[in-house]
Design a protein around this ligand. Structure first.
Ligand code: RP5
Length: 173
């Protein structure tokens, strides 16, 4: 199946975090492609990828970057596809630098920004966009949300049954 989502990252050092987007898209059976591109280091290749993404059939672009994180914004500047930005946590400023670089886009060029290291939510949001026109992904998402709800309800039931002390002891094992 043709990839519908692109998971783009500014460096291979972002891969650990960005793999969470890939995992959730695998779970929801959304085809995707991964790429390492950088606005600062390979500007031309990044622009070429972003400009041709729509024509290639991509529906949503996820872009993760850290520090002076220009990648999501620069991609959004040359495409009308929705772009989801993932601020990567940094050693020096813990990702606040990445978050502010990505979230503060000028009016007219939106990037839907998730939390610091929020790649899982980026994957889920991408799937939710795909689900607006793909009934099979919509079904997978409903099941995902149902399971999530059931898991919390089960935990609540167990907490009431065994009490917080025993629950915590078991959780620490
Ligand atoms: C950003 O610079 C990347 O997205 C990465 O988060 C950060 C550091 O990159 P490396 O020096 O680890 O390649 O462009």
């Amino acid at each position: 199946m043709k990839p519908q989502v692109a998971i783009i990252m500014g460096s291979d050092s972002d891969l650990e975090v960005m793999s969470e987007a890939a995992k959730v898209l695998d779970e929801l059976i959304v085809p995707y492609e991964t790429a390492i591109l950088s606005t600062h280091r390979v500007a031309q290749e990044t622009a070429d990828f972003a400009k041709s993404a729509k024509q290639k059939g991509f529906k949503v672009l996820i872009a993760g970057a850290g520090g002076a994180a220009a990648l999501p914004g620069s991609i959004a500047s040359v495409t009308t596809l929705p772009v989801i930005g993932v601020p990567i946590a940094t050693k020096s400023l813990e990702g606040l630098d990445s978050l502010l670089s990505i979230v503060q886009m000028p009016p007219g060029v939106p990037v839907a920004t998730v939390g610091i290291n929020g790649a899982k939510n980026a994957g889920l949001l991408a799937a939710q966009i795909i689900a607006t026109f793909d009934t099979s992904v919509a079904k997978n998402l409903s099941e995902y949300k149902f399971k999530q709800k059931e898991d919390v309800l089960l935990k609540n039931k167990k907490l009431h049954q065994v009490g917080w002390m025993k629950y915590l002891k078991e959780k620490r094992k």
